[in-house]
Design a protein around this ligand. Sequence first.
Ligand code: ADP
Ligand code: 5GP
Length: 188
Amino acid sequence: MSGKMIIVSAPSGAGKTTIVKHIMENIATLGFSVSATSRAPRKGETDGSDYYFMSTGDFRKEIEADRFVEWEEVYPGHYYGTLKSEVERIWNRGMNIIFDVDVKGGISIKNIYNDKALSIFIMPPSVAELEKRLRYRGKDGDDKIRMRVEKAVEEIGFAGKFDEIVVNDDLHTACNEVLKLINEFLNQ
Ligand code: ADP
Ligand code: 5GP
């Protein structure tokens, strides 16, 4: 049993989490792909629902056993990856899959599944606005924000590799645009 896939990627702070949450609330046939990660759980996160949390050693074992569709060291020392078993789990339930992955991971998944997948890049209105949102979110210190902004500039350079680019200036407009693109893709 196999369905379709929606890939949503963006530089950190562009609004991907906010938009994916909105999509999940509005399209019932989408199953969220729970990734594996070697980073520690944050307050409020649950194993098996936010991520499959594992040690770096166990993550490496999964790589060696070829159990990932794709994996990336998204931040130095922190690994994230999509398990092949996760794709099977969601498709076996008769659902389509939505991925919240980084830009490189998004490009890898699209290259593997081609026409089965719709890849969407969430673009911030500007790098200055992105930095403002990261500060407003209040989750990261100055050093981390600088690192995220530098990475964002590099990631924006890959936007052209996605099927669709949606600028998240006004949140309501961006959510509606993304919903429309996904519904069109799922219904075609
Ligand atoms: P990401 O998952 O891409 O890192 P978030 O969804 O966490 O980004 O959004 C980063 C911050 O920007 C959050 O505080 C969020 O509420 C805010 N935000 C998201 N979209 C907009 C928007 N269109 N205008 C202003 N603020 C936004
Ligand atoms: P966070 O630690 O904030 O939850 O996520 C950090 C980044 O890792 C986000 O950009 C998120 O999209 C990305 N990410 C989460 N899961 C995966 C995955 O399975 N593969 C890849 N390549 N990136 C992922």
